[in-house]
Write a protein that binds this ligand. Structure first.
Ligand code: GDD
Ligand code: MN
Length: 413
């Protein structure tokens, strides 16, 4: 156990680092996760995590300011959990020495693990609060904003985010490069994960509070810095409140952000994209699409050979009948849970029309891709055809998910 009690000579024990998956426990289970025998930990209203790496100069100030603030509004009913990744400047020791003066302060020293987001989650795993929060240690996030964030949660919000991009928000002195990079990252996020990134004005914010119940029992697996995106991507967050704040200039120490964080951000987006991709529903959609190929080929054969119909007419009739069959199976099976909530013939007909339009647009896209790959890129015609089929299957699935069955909230079913 990472307990430096004896070694550091300081007689205030550090908080044990939870082990295993990054699953957020209910308050009554936190001791078990930390491998402690003792009884159930008493609940608190609020637990605020302060992730630190080489923040020795900032820690006394931030702990002092936060304590003054929270002693006013939540006397004895909150905890500050500082999670340090074994900083070379021994931030953990500086914090440990503060514990006698700040009874609400707890310090966790991670030796094997490293990274801002996972540090926050390890803190949340050990936290006893019904409301969980995170704030940077370098005073770039003004502590007084916490009161407004708490008020948002008390008003009923599941998540309260301090944002630089709403009224009263901004950054004090950022270079044009950093502004472009930050906005660029946000735009990229909107392309890959619109349903997550689009829910808040400042998805890159590292300053927010949330109800523990939004993450209880969820297993998180972030990469890098973006703990808010992970929370939105895997949590049950319904109502979101935002509070404007000005991101301050750092007084002491330096930012740990390097190009590595930008690569990790991209990896994180892709990981969440796949985690949130409704695999089972997509599999059913694929099966139905596959059955449609047989319907299409079978009817085409019958019309051509028994019906003696012309090529184009047979092709159009067989494709249309395959589209109708696909629609019926998708409505009855793939999207059963949604079509049941949109009962009646009329609504079903509208879904069929939309499905038809999307599939026809898919057909046009198919022809375009085929010609692009074969005629312009000189690709083998069968490989070009296969790639066109794969791309159009994703297109048909995604657009029908968004349009024909209007699934706004996508979940792995
Ligand atoms: N435990 C731990 N482990 N803490 C870390 C680590 C780490 O590997 N890396 C950074 N931290 C801590 C820092 O010590 C600081 O308290 C906080 O995380 C933020 O780190 P900075 O390096 O100061 O980040 P920034 O100011 O450039 O960016 C911040 O603001 C951005 C805009 O809101 C972060 O909050 C970003 O997430 C946010 O996007
Ligand atoms: Mn900072």
């Amino acid at each position: 156990m990472d307990n430096e009690y004896s070694k550091s000579g300081l007689n205030f024990p550090l908080l044990p680092v939870p082990k295993g998956n990054l699953t957020i426990p209910a308050v009554q289970d936190i001791n078990a996760i930390a491998g402690l025998q003792s009884s159930i930990a008493p609940k608190l209203s609020f637990s605020l995590i302060i992730p630190t790496y080489n923040e020795g100069q900032n820690v006394p100030k931030i702990v002092n300011q936060l304590t003054k603030l929270l002693d006013e509004v939540l006397p004895g009913d909150y905890e500050l959990i500082l999670v340090d990744d074994n900083s070379p400047d021994e931030t953990w020791k500086i914090a440990q020495e503060l514990i006698p003066s700040y009874p609400q302060l707890q310090v966790m020293r991670r030796i094997e693990e490293r990274g801002l987001s996972t540090a926050v989650i390890r803190g949340w795993q050990a936290a006893r609060g019904e409301i969980l929060g995170v704030i940077d240690a370098d005073l770039q996030h003004p502590p007084e904003i916490l009161l407004k964030l708490l008020a948002e949660i008390q008003r009923g919000a599941d998540l309260a985010v301090a944002s630089r991009h709403v009224e009263g928000g901004g950054v004090s002195d950022w270079s044009i490069i950093r502004r472009i990079l930050s906005r660029g990252a946000q735009t990229l996020g909107l392309l890959i994960l619109p349903g997550v990134i689009g829910r808040v004005t400042d998805p890159m914010s590292g300053y927010f509070l949330l109800r523990r119940s939004c993450l209880e029992g969820k297993t998180l697996s972030p990469i890098g810095y973006k703990i808010l995106i992970e929370t939105l991507g895997r949590g049950d967050v319904r109502w979101i409140g935002e509070v404007g704040y000005v991101f301050q200039e750092r007084q002491e120490g330096e930012s740990k952000v390097t190009s590595k964080q930008y690569v990790e951000y991209l990896q994180h987006l892709v990981r969440l994209r796949f985690a949130r991709w409704p695999i089972a529903r997509f599999f059913r959609f694929g099966m139905v699409g596959f059955s449609g190929v047989f319907i299409d080929m079978g009817i085409f054969y019958l019309l051509r050979n028994l019906g003696g119909l012309g090529l184009t007419r047979s092709g159009i009739i067989s494709s249309e009948l395959a589209i109708i069959s696909n629609f019926l199976w998708n409505d009855l099976w793939t999207f059963r849970d949604i079509s049941r909530r949109q009962p009646g013939k009329r609504k079903m007909l509208i879904r069929l029309l939309k499905f038809n339009l999307v599939c026809l647009a898919g057909l046009v896209l198919h022809i375009l891709i085929l010609n692009l790959l074969y005629n312009f890129l000189g690709m083998n015609q069968y490989l070009a055809k296969l790639i066109a089929i794969i791309i159009v299957t994703f297109w048909n699935f995604w657009i029908n998910l968004k349009l024909s069955w209007r699934v706004t909230e996508i979940r792995n079913d």
